[in-house]
Ligand binder design. Structure first.
Ligand code: COA
Length: 187
């Protein structure tokens, strides 16, 4: 599949490129990212950033995982992906200094708009979300985008030690409203 762009009021979402490697390396020094995203291990080197970009290229080529770099005013601020291998899961992260501006809900809405577009031959019926239990910032994004909280269970994806850590889950269907639903864990 050929990578394509999505645009929102403030953001451009486009496939990560080699020129993004240094920004990715820099963002991924953040221990919060390593805490919540098992694939981001320390030390996070430029080589790991290159491996990540190569991984995203494979994902686009196979169509199994569509990953966009999120760009605000031309700056690479984070990543969002739609994994199509198992259950059409969405995953995301932002560099620390770019959090708290509502960028991620804006990016998630754009990906959902594409994923649920009736004119899209690759449209899906629903999109899942999952985070490690206690990741309230991630849960807040899913709540604000209209996902329904499905509770806690062992995560679908294994962590670095092969365990399936306790995780919160949510899901949104193509016909669901994007209004926040009750029942979400809050701070
Ligand atoms: C989860 C994440 C992508 C949210 O993106 P965002 O664009 O900052 O989202 P929002 O601006 O809507 O803020 C979401 C929540 O983050 C928290 N937050 C707000 N400002 C913040 C800041 N400066 N730094 C950290 N967290 C902040 C708040 O709890 C907020 O919830 P609220 O709006 O109900 O108060 C971002 O916090 C992140 O990258 N976290 C680390 C990686 C991660 O956990 N990814 C998800 C893995 S499942």
């Amino acid at each position: 599949m050929h990578p394509f762009e999505l645009r929102t009021e403030r953001l451009v979402l486009s496939a990560p490129m080699l020129g993004d490697a240094e920004a990715i390396r820099e963002h991924c020094q953040d221990p919060v990212l390593s805490r919540y995203i098992p694939a981001i291990t320390q030390p996070y080197t430029l080589e790991k950033a290159h491996e990540f970009i190569a991984f995203t290229e494979q994902g686009w080529a196979s169509g199994e995982e569509l990953t966009w770099g999120i760009r605000a005013r031309g700056e690479f601020v984070g990543v969002i992906s739609l994994r199509r291998v198992t259950a059409d899961d969405i995953g995301f992260w932002l560099g620390a200094k770019h959090r708290g501006h509502g960028y991620m809900p804006e990016a998630v809405h754009a990906v959902l708009d594409w994923a649920f577009d009736p004119a899209n031959p690759l449209r899906v019926g629903s999109v899942g979300w999952e985070c490690l239990t206690g990741n309230l910032a991630s849960a807040s994004v899913a709540r604000k985008c209209g996902f329904t909280f499905e509770g806690e269970g062992s995560g679908r994806r294994p962590d670095a030690s092969g365990e399936h850590p306790l995780s919160w889950r949510g899901r949104i269907g193509a016909g669901d409203s994007r209004d926040p639903k009750p029942g979400w864990p809050r701070a």
